[in-house]
Design a protein around this ligand. Sequence first.
Ligand SMILES: *Cc1c(COP(=O)(O)O)cnc(C)c1O
Length: 462
Amino acid sequence: MKYVSTRGKAAAKTFTQTVIEGLARDGGLLVPERIPVLSEKLEKLKTLSYKDLALEIFLPFVDGEVSKDTLAHIIELSYSSFSAPEVTPLRFADSVVVLELFHGPTLAFKDVALQFLGNLFENILKNEQISINIVGATSGDTGSAAIHGVRGKENIKIFMLHPQGKVSPIQERQMTTVLDENVFNIAVEGTFDDTQRIVKEVFNDLAFKDKYNLGAVNSINWARVMAQIVYYFYAAFRFKERYRDLPVVFSVPTGNFGDIYAGYIAKRMGLPIEKLILATNENDILFRVLNSGLYKIGVVQPTLSPSMDIQISSNFERFLFEIVEREGEMVCRKMDDLASKGGFSLSLDQLAIAQKDFTAIRVDTSQMLDTIKKYRKSGITLDPHTAIGVAASEKTKYSKVICLATAHPAKFGDAIVRATGETPDIPESLAGIEEKKTKCLSSKQDYREIKRIIEAELAQQG
Ligand SMILES: *Cc1c(COP(=O)(O)O)cnc(C)c1O
C-alpha cells in the first residue's frame, strides 16, 4: 500500500516512511492510495477480541512492511498497558451508551493511538538503524500520552514543551513525574500558542531538523488515525449484539478532526455506520463548515473542554481530499485561500457530500455543565469533552447513540466541581501523583534557547 499526499504534489510513500515522516513534502497530509474494504469479513471480525481485531484492521494498511507476527506483538505490548481487559469497553446505561476510551496510562483516548505509535516507532527505528528526536508542544493531553508512549524506548528521545503554569496540575504531573532518561519536559514562558510557534520555528530550521533527525507525533500521523479505527468496529459490533435493529450512530467530541475521521474511514471500510455526529464546543469551526460550507478561522476561546479548543482542524484536510474526489489541485487551492484569506468555501455539491456522513452540532458551556449534572444524578460522571458529545447526541432524532468518552472525569476535576459541586473519584493510576518526584527544564520564550537545550542534552547523552 502506498500513501499519497492530499495536495497531490509529493511522491508516494511506503507505510514506514509515512509513519516516520508524518507530513508530506508538499505540506499535505498522507493518506492511503485506496481505502481497504472489509465488508465480506465482518462476520468473522465480530467474533474477535480487541487485539485480534486491531491486527486484522491494520494488516491491509501495513501491507507486509511489518510482519504479521511483529505487528501482533506490537499490538499486544501496546494494549496490555490498558487497565480494562476489553481495552475500550462499551458501557450500556439506561440513559446513555458510552464507549470508554480512557483506560490507558494517561486516562485519555490519545493513549489508544500513542501507546501503539511508540511501540511501532521503536520497531521501525531498530530495523532501519536510525534514531529520532521528537519535539512537540502540548496544552495537556497529547503531551502526556506521547511521553507515556515513548518513555524508556530505544532510539527515541522526546522533548515536550508546555506553557508554564498553564496546563492543569494533573496533566503537568502526568508529564513531569516521568523520570526516564529519554524524556525531557520543558516549561516555556507564555501561552500554548507561543509554545507551538516555537516548535514550528525549531522545525523551520531545516539544517537543525536534519542534523538531529527531528520527528513529530501530532495527530496528523497516519498511524494514529489507523489505531483509532479499531474501536469504531469493536463498539459497533457490541452495540449490534444488543440492539440488532437500531442503526449505528456515533457522537464524537471533536477538535482536530482526528478521532472522528477514523470513524469515517471505518465507514468507508464497510462498517455500517449511519451517521457520525460531530460535536464541538464554542470553538465551532467544524460546526460552521458542515452547516454553511464556509471554513473560516476564528479566535480560539478557552473553555472547560480545552482539548477541543482548536480553530484549525488539521485532519480536516484529509476529509476535504475525499469531498473533492481526491483532486489534489483543488485541495491546494482551498489551502491557499485558507492561508491568504483566512478561509475557504465548499460548493453546494461538496457540502452535500460532507453532510451525507456527518451531522455537526455545537454545544456551549452551560449545556455541557447541565449534561454533567443530569447524568451525575444517575451515577454516571462524564468528563466535559464526553458531555459535549452526549449533549449533541440528545439533539438528534436517534434514540441510542454510541458516545465516545474521550477522557476520565478525574482529569478535568474543575469542570466536574462546577457542574455538580463534587470532586470526581481519583483512579488508582493517579493516586499519590502529587508526592512523586518530578523532572522538568524551563526556558524563556525563544526558539534559540530551546535549540540550545536540545543540543546540550543530546551532547551530554551522546
Ligand atoms: C484530543 C481530545 C479530543 C479531540 O480529539 P480530536 O482527534 O482532536 O478531534 C477530545 N477529547 C479529549 C479528552 C481529547 O484529549
